[in-house]
Design a protein around this ligand. Sequence first.
Ligand code: ASP
Length: 467
Amino acid sequence: MRMRILNSEIIHKVGEEVELAGWVNTRRDHGKLIFIDLRDRSGISQLVFIPQNFSGDTFKIAESLRSEWVLQIKGRVKQRPKGMENKDMGEMGKYEIEVLEITAHNESKTPPFDIGTDGYEVNEEIRMKYRYLDLRRERLARNMKIRSEFIDRMRQFLFKKGFLEIETPLLTKSTPEGSRDFVVPSRLHPGKFFALPQSPQQYKQLLMVAGFERYFQIARCVRDEDLRADRGFEHTQIDIEMSFVEQKDVMQLDEEMITSVVEDMGYAVKQKPFPILTYKKAMEKHGADKFDMRNEKDKKDGALAFAWVVDFPFFEKDKKGSWTFTHNPFSMPKFEHIEWLRKSTHIDEILTTQYDLVCNGVEVGGGSIRAHTSEILRAVFSVMGYADKVIEEQFGHMLEAFGYGAPPHGGIAHGVERLLMTLLGEEYLREVQAFPQTSSGRTSVMDAPSELSKEQLKELHIKIENR
Ligand code: ASP
C-alpha cells in the first residue's frame, strides 16, 4: 500500500522516509544537484536529487523533469543546511526531501501562461479556455478552499439551528425574479419549455406549506442577464426560509450566521449589530441602496462593513409606466400597508417587508416576510395589472397551495460569490467560481453554447431559422 503524505506533513517527519506526489512547480538544475519545488494541494516542498542516490539511468529521469510534470517520489525528510532556509516558505522552508526513488506519472506541455503569478495579467479568454491550469495558481486554489470552508461553516451553523437541507428542482417553471429565464425544450411535450430556476423562491415557500419550518439549500441560480463584474449566468445562493417568524427574527438569525462564520474565519466585522437603514435614509445619506461604510483604515484592515436596508417601496413604475415589484412579488407589505394593497390605493407609498444586506458597497443578500394568503398574493399581481386568468396560469399552484394552511413565513438568500468577493477583496465573480462563463457569455474549457445535431433538434421539435 502506498503511504503518500502531503507536503504540509513533512515537518512532523524529520529523519523519516516519506512518499510524496504532486506537480513540478519549479526546477533548478545546479549541475550536480537538481532542486524541484513539488506542489500538491497542501503547498510546496523542496526536493533534492543527488546523483549518488540513483543507480543506472534513473538520475536521467530527474534531469528530464519540467514544469507541471506529475511526480511521485520516495525520500528522506531533512533539516536544510544552516543558512539555506527559505524564509518565504515559513516553517516549510526549514526542510527538504532528499529523493531516493522517483516515478514520473505524466509529462506536461508548456502551459500557455505562467501559473506562478496571481493571473490578473493574463487574457481572460485564455484563462477560461485553460481554466484547469488557471486553477493551479496559488490565489485561485486558495479562493476555492476558502469558498469550500465558507459554505461548510454556513451549513454547520444552519444544521445546529435545526434547518434541513432540501434540494429543489432545476427543471421548473419560469419564476419572476426580475431577470430573463434560461429555457430548456421538452422532448415529451412538443413546443413546451422548462425554465431553469432564477432562485428556489416558490419551492422554498411550498416547503413551508409542507411543514418543514426551517429549510436551507446551497442553491444554484441561473439568470440570463447582461454580464458584469459581479454577475454571471450562474451563481450560488445560501437560500433560507423559515416559518412562524417576523422580519426581525430572520434578520437576527441571519446576522448571527454571517457574523459567526466570517469571524471564525478570521475576518473583522466593522459594526455589530449591523446598522439598519431605511431605504429613504440610505438614499439621503449615500445616494444609493448599496453603500460602503468603510474608512481608509477599515479598507486597509480588510474589515467588513455590513448594513441592513429596510422599508423599500413595494412597487415602482416600469419602462411602460405600469406598476412592477421592486424586489420580490411574493413579499408581504408592511403590516400597516396591507389595507392599501388590498384596496389598491396609495400604491407608491406601500412599503415591503424586504430586507437587503449590504457589505462594503455590494448587495450580498436579501429576503422578506412573504404573503402567505392567496388574497394578498393575488392583490400584488392585480396591482401589477395581471388579469385573473394570467395570475391563475402563472401562479395558480401557489394560490392553491396557500389554500391548505400556509404558515406565516419568510426568508433570505445570499449570493455566495458576492460574499466571497467581499471577503477576499476580489472584484470579479470569476475569481471565486471554479468554471465561470467568459464575459462574452461562453463556458470555460468546454465550448458552449454550441450547435445541436439535426437529430437532436428533430427530437426536440425545434427548427432553427437562418442558420
Ligand atoms: N429569492 C430571492 C432572490 O433570489 C431571495 C429571497 O427573497 O429569499 O433574490
